[in-house]
Design a protein around this ligand. Structure first.
Ligand code: HEM
Length: 196
């Protein structure tokens, strides 16, 4: 789970970086998007990315199922909130909702660019964000992604051993910063292109 999580964290950084070029204008974004869509190495990475997503989702579901099986009868008095935050107790909920977002996103962006008749990538992105409902759905998905990452980031690090008292506070702080960066960075794009 943690290795596929690390990989997806890197993907999110690259994807946000490419998307921020939208602010540099049509030509810059189309060039960046064209590079991502046609560079042979990146084409190869798309299969690795798909495998990364599938592994992460499948492992998450197996983990949830194992946790449920380990305690078929619920505690009479459940004080889970005292030992774990909302984000960590609801990783499966935020994960499934992000998966629904991803299906919509792949259909409207990836499939449309590959097989549709869009004039150019910049036009597609900016037109989709003219719809207020679309922007609301996207921003909710980005907030859920931020919540998922606020636990997922530190969990990925602690799973590979970074749990010593020396590093843990730094890992936790970086995780929170990263989740804000991702949720805010993607949201700003959607909101900006609604108004502009
Ligand atoms: C403002 C927010 C976003 C915009 C404008 C955006 C834009 C795009 C575009 C234009 C593509 C097609 C690229 C191509 O095939 O040439 C794409 C693909 C994709 N996006 Fe996004 N995206 C956003 C947020 C996200 C988020 C938050 C995730 C993950 C949770 C994500 C995951 C993906 C995936 C998996 C693909 C397919 C693989 C790829 O082409 O890189 N996107 N996105």
């Amino acid at each position: 789970m943690s290795l596929s999580g690390f990989f997806l964290i890197i993907f999110l950084l690259v994807h946000l970086g490419v998307n921020l070029s939208l602010f540099a204008g049509r030509e810059s974004f189309n060039a960046a998007s064209h590079f991502m869509g046609h560079n042979p190495l990146i084409q190869l990475m798309q299969y690795v990315l798909a495998a990364g997503f599938i592994t992460h989702i499948a492992m998450g579901m197996i983990l949830e199922w194992k946790n449920k099986k380990a305690r078929p009868i619920r505690y009479a008095k459940n004080n889970a909130a005292a030992s774990a935050g909302w984000a960590s107790r609801n990783m499966i909920v935020t994960g499934v909702l992000i998966l629904l977002f991803l299906i919509l996103h792949i259909k409207d962006f990836f499939v449309e660019i590959k097989f549709g008749h869009v004039p150019d990538d910049y036009e597609l992105v900016t037109q989709l964000f003219k719809n207020p409902l679309y922007v609301v759905v996207y921003v909710i998905a980005f907030i859920l992604l931020g919540i998922h990452l606020s636990h997922g980031f530190q969990s990925a690090f602690t799973s590979v051993g970074a749990r010593s008292p020396k590093y843990l506070p730094l890992v936790k702080k970086t995780g929170i910063l990263f989740s804000y960066l991702i949720a805010l960075g993607f949201s700003v794009i959607a909101i900006y292109f609604y108004f502009n």
